[in-house]
Design a protein around this ligand. Sequence first.
Ligand code: AMP
Ligand code: MG
Length: 342
Amino acid sequence: MKKNHMHRGIVLAGMISLFLFVSGCGFMQAYQEIQFFAMDTLMQVELSGKKSDIEQIRKIVEDLEDDVSVTDVQSELYQINHRTVSAIELSKPIARLLNEELAITETTNGALNPALYPISCAWGFTTDHKRVPSAEELAALLPKTDWRQIQLSNQNLTLPDGMELDFGATAKGFASDLCADYLREQGIKHALLNFGGNTYTIGTNKKGEYWKIGIRDPWDETAQGMIGVLESTNEAVITSGSYERYFEQDGVRYHHIMDGTTGLPARTGLVSVTIVCESGVKADGLSTALFVMGLDQASNYWRQYKGFEAIFVTEDGKQYYTEGLENRYHPTQGQKAEVIRL
Ligand code: AMP
Ligand code: MG
């Protein structure tokens, strides 16, 4: 079967699933869909519920975006990064986000580091002026990224001078958690949130089947190809890939996922990491962290901590997926794939 023909009924980054809908499945509530632009990406939501539900989803995402923008002077994150005192009281959602992110920072020993913002800025990933910073510049910035100095107690945050945070690695996953909380409270049984390829599934699709999530082919420039399809329900499915944001200089490609020990884009032989678990923050945070760790360390992390499943794609075009996905992940025909076992 040709790759393009496999798209039917499958949701992939940047694509709404136009073919999912078959009528007459006993749905009590109308089917709603919306697409909007937020957090630098296209957000697509489909659910069976009221129009007000989908409007509320949009509001939750936009409110969070207002809080975590690094550039909007009104945002909570901007206030944190431009503080005049070292101790700040956070809002409840941002305290929850930072608390959940720091839990992953600790277990991954800083592979996920919310304090890498000065490094991302030096590379110009936060602006349109991407550049390769000098070794001296990076060496001067690295001491400002010591996540062990972040002190968070309930809503009280204390940061050392010069430290700046960024929730780029977890905000979309967190947005999906807030939305999923809301949808569950409303008793919604069928919903799919696709936040720029970061997906969250609730219940089943209209046909009563598990949602089908396409895992993006990192080498397909059209962003439409997939390397496999995952059947999913009630969980986040989130991918970090070096193809998402990058630039080239003197024939070298530099991407946006940073190794906090060097200040350089992480080069570990991986091109993408997909994490599957109930928490969006955890899936988003771990997808970034395990990318930084590389396949061997990441597999060991999975063996030690469990509580999530993963799909890794390596530079040599092979994929590895954890055994919990064995019955519901289907690599595309012709893909070299291996199962990681305990
Ligand atoms: P993601 O696409 O979820 O992997 O997140 C990447 C974004 O998170 C980047 O654009 C940066 O804003 C930020 N980031 C990059 N490297 C790291 C890291 N090692 N830990 C935490 N955040 C990072
Ligand atoms: Mg992430």
